[in-house]
Design a protein around this ligand. Structure first.
Ligand code: NDP
Ligand code: 8X3
Length: 252
């Protein structure tokens, strides 16, 4: 069975992708910091879909932890066919002059450095097999900046650039790279961005129908399941009400 490694699978897109790939018979490595959630998902996937699941809790920001965790994978899970770099977050929504350094560090460390740390450990395994597919979850925020999005947008522009760069560097090894750029999707994303303010987070998605985590998971599975000679390079997905990062029609 093919193996998919999903970072940030305790919630949102990552969790939906774990279910999507399990339904299609993939064995799955799931990551996130909340180990209790990983255990529940691991049991559920194994019981419902009969696939092999390995819960691998670690913080993508900690390079030592990332390296040790991936090194500890059992032999049966080392032939990773698909890496989905999904773990990420926005922290704070503020103008550049009002931004908090702690928020900036968190976003840069998770969205850019975390993605690099995980990729650094898994790419050699793919190169050795001359095959693999890396899916980077970027954002529409990586296509255009928007008010108060500054550093989050910068991190997602970096993901966009890394997808392009990986595609070039990994071309000789037959490794595919797909960049996924979603618009507004209702997950735990806004709760995290707004530092736990659940009510304010709900308001972000009022007046229009946002994307759901499953909408993204379906597209990721579609991209990964194309024939061997086909690569979907870059996919922007928005809800119908959203034209770009700034122009959105909301009903009052
Ligand atoms: P959620 O907050 O629902 O999920 C984020 C996931 O990332 C969680 O599983 C979380 O797990 C994990 N994560 C966060 N930090 C770390 C870390 N340091 N180490 C390991 N795992 C971590 O958000 P989404 O599902 O919406 O977000 C997934 C990705 O999609 C992110 O990269 C986000 O930027 C991007 N995105 C989201 C959009 C949206 O509108 N929702 C639109 C465009 C892109 P845990 O807390 O257990 O560690
Ligand atoms: C999340 C979508 O538009 O809030 O990446 O930045 S947006």
């Amino acid at each position: 069975m093919p193996i998919v490694f999903i970072t940030g699978a305790t919630a949102g897109f990552g969790k939906a992708m774990a279910y999507q790939f399990a339904q299609r018979g993939y064995d799955i490595i799931i990551n996130g910091r909340r180990a209790d959630r990983l255990r529940v998902i691991e049991d559920d996937l194994q019981n419902n879909f009969g696939v092999k699941v390995y819960a691998l809790p670690f913080d993508v920001r900690n390079q030592t932890e990332v390296k040790a965790a991936i090194k500890s994978l059992p032999h049966a899970f080392l032939e990773i066919d698909v890496l989905i770099n999904n773990a990420g977050l926005a922290s704070g929504l503020a103008t550049i002059q009002d931004g908090a350094i702690a928020d900036w560090d968190k976003m840069i460390d998770t969205n850019i450095k975390g993605l690099l740390y995980v990729s650094h450990e898994i790419i050699p395994l793919m190169i050795a097999r001359r095959k693999g597919h890396i899916v980077n979850i970027a954002s529409i925020a990586g296509k255009e900046a928007y008010a108060k999005g500054n550093v989050y947008c910068a991190t997602k522009h970096a993901v966009d650039a890394l997808s392009k760069a990986m595609r070039i560097d990994l071309l000789p090894y037959g490794i595919k790279v797909t960049n996924i750029a979603p618009g507004a999707a209702e997950t735990e994303f806004s709760i995290v961005r707004l530092h736990g303010d659940v009510e304010k987070a709900k308001q972000v998605y009022q007046g229009f129908e946002p994307l759901k985590a499953d909408d993204i998971a379906e597209v990721v599975y579609f991209a990964v399941s194309r024939p061997a000679h086909v690569v979907l390079n870059d996919i922007v997905i928005t809800p119908k009400a959203q034209a770009n990062t700034t122009y959105m029609i909301k009903k009052q």
